[in-house]
Design a protein around this ligand. Structure first.
Ligand code: FAD
Length: 506
């Protein structure tokens, strides 16, 4: 007898996912894996509406998502024409002509109680010119266009980095769709025309498609993209805007042919009214200009993008509009918003796909029953909101710390008020180089360090503990030896192109 037929069964037996972009198919794949029996999982998507079609750079936790689902890396990379990502290079962000790297992984290896970066600061104060970037294994490899997997031996400098992927967003959704359908997820093609809500509970009971089909569910996952069909359209949850801190609200995207250099990293180049991404895949390079419509026209943005490509464009530029912020609740009644329907932080640190993954993890951690206990829902929302606001702060940091004054956008950003949670972090680092973290920071100390130093938020004094150590000369020797070890280890790696050719060429 199926569980739903048992008297008193309060288990969720029908999950309906609305939307089949990356969010919809990641959720479908994960639920199919986690709930192998006893729950009917369906997904509605509309080919006519299509998906947002971008979202091609990721951060290291995505590996965990794939590993949990039992997805083999090489197979995944072939299917999505993917490449490897060791971090993000930021060009012209602090000031024109300056670049720095946000590496995945650590800076060197700790050798005493004082953090490595404090030794670097002490060495720098003593005249050492080794850039902080050179202490990160990820940059050692990235700057040489090299890639290999991190070594397992924790004593080796080759173990101190991590990596993520770049992939084709369309192929990614297709790959996950076959994974999910093979595990029983049922896909419905069609457009949702209306939503029925139970008057007493305020819960969504069904959606009706434009051809008249009615699809019911116990739990609804809204993956309908910026529209937020259920969370906003039906439930009117409300939205907190963050445009005052993150002014970019448009993007124009275009793929192009490869030019020189198959880099194992994303590049972000600050431009007059925003920034341009460059994401190398096996078969093309993805590019886009994220900009503020208050500071730049659409045509100028497209022209700037087209003038700054590695090779011939492979399509016409495509415009996208968004409002940075978050839904007031991520889980409302029996609807959980995952993906763009839950909000959007512009893609500077490639965090949206991660937030989908984080949403799915929380959904499983707080999986409801038909009772929809408000305490469970509230905790989900508390964690989700904290998580996304910490990421928001990290992205604002890049804008706030600019020293550019060549255009209105950058002058406005340098002068803007920022959230207290971020001011607290900037202040502590500026005082004596302390990297503080409070509640659920996705980005760890090395990431914050990269941006503070990369954008010249340098401490006014060194860590007091250094006063009790072996002195600046010792710090300098350590830093120079570390940079040399990173360089040596990087030289032993194959090139990114060779690594892909041998392991996962499409
Ligand atoms: P969508 O892709 O928009 O999918 C929505 C789905 O809902 C579609 O299947 C659509 O057909 C369906 N739908 C909508 N309305 C209806 C209806 N009425 N009936 C039936 N179906 C419907 N993220 C990253 O992690 N890294 C990046 O580098 C990155 N870059 C980005 C760059 C830009 C400019 C933008 C805007 C976003 C970027 N993102 C990035 C975010 C990333 O693209 C999204 O998080 C991801 O693609 C998930 O989108 P989604 O599935 O929520 O929405």
């Amino acid at each position: 007898m199926a569980g739903s037929e048992k008297a008193g069964d309060r288990s969720i037996r029908r999950v309906l996912i609305v939307g089949g972009g990356s969010a919809g198919w990641m959720t479908a794949a994960a639920l199919a894996h986690a709930l192998p029996r006893g729950c009917a999982i369906s997904l509605i998507e509309s080919e006519e509406i299509g998906t947002v079609g971008v979202g091609e750079a990721t951060i290291p936790p995505i590996k965990l998502f794939n590993d949990t689902l039992g997805i083999a890396e090489d197979e995944f990379m072939k299917a999505t024409k993917g490449s490897f990502k060791l971090g993000i290079e930021f060009v012209d962000w602090a000031k024109i002509g300056h670049r720095y790297f946000h590496p995945f992984g650590e800076y060197g290896k700790p050798f005493d109680l004082v953090p490595v970066h404090q030794h670097w600061l002490a060495a720098r104060a003593a005249g050492c010119s080794v850039p902080l970037d050179d202490l990160a294994m990820a940059w050692g490899a990235a700057s040489r266009d090299r890639f290999a997997k991190p070594l397992a031996d924790p004593r080796s400098i080759g173990s101190t980095f991590s990596y993520a992927y770049h992939f084709d967003a369309g192929l990614y959704a297709k790959f996950l769709r076959s994974y999910a359908e093979a595990r029983g997820v049922v896909r419905h093609e069609g457009k949702v025309a209306s939503t029925a809500i139970d008057g007493a509970s305020g819960h969504v009971t069904s959606v009706t498609l434009d051809d008249g089909r009615v699809l019911e569910g116990d739990l609804f996952i809204d993956c309908s993209g910026f529209r937020g069909l259920l969370i906003e359209g039906a439930l009117k949850t409300g939205y907190d805007e963050w445009t005052r801190w993150l002014p970019c609200d448009r993007a124009v995207a275009v793929p192009c042919e490869h030019g020189a250099g198959f880099t194992p990293y994303t590049r972000s180049t600050a431009r007059e009214a925003g920034w341009q991404w460059r994401i190398p895949l096996q078969h093309r390079v993805g590019n886009g200009y994220v900009y503020s419509s208050a500071h730049l026209g659409d045509q100028e943005a497209a022209d700037t993008l087209l003038a700054n490509l590695d090779g011939k464009p492979l399509a016409d530029p495509r415009g996208l509009r968004f409002v940075t912020g978050r839904r007031k609740l991520f889980w409302n009644a029996n609807v959980i918003a995952i993906g763009l329907s839950s909000g959007f932080i512009e893609p500077l640190e490639s965090t949206s796909l991660h937030l989908i993954q984080a949403g799915i993890s929380k959904l499983l951690a707080f999986f409801p029953t038909l009772d929809f206990d408000p305490a469970v829902r509230d905790e989900y929302n508390r964690v989700a909101i904290t998580e996304v606001e910490r990421i928001r702060d990290f992205v604002i940091l890049h804008y706030k710390l600019t020293q550019r004054d060549d255009s209105a956008l950058w002058r406005d950003c340098a002068a803007m008020d920022i959230p207290d949670t971020l001011a607290w972090k900037i202040g502590h680092f500026r005082r004596d180089g302390k990297l503080l973290s409070r509640d659920m920071d996705l980005f760890g100390s090395p990431s914050w360090l990269a941006v503070h130093v990369g954008q010249f938020n340098l401490p006014e004094r060194l860590d007091p503990l250094l006063d009790y150590g072996d002195g600046a000369a010792k710090s300098r020797t350590f830093v120079e030896q570390l940079a040399a070890a990173v360089a040596r280890a990087a030289e032993t790696m194959p090139t990114h192109a060779d690594y892909i050719a041998h392991h996962c060429a499409a």
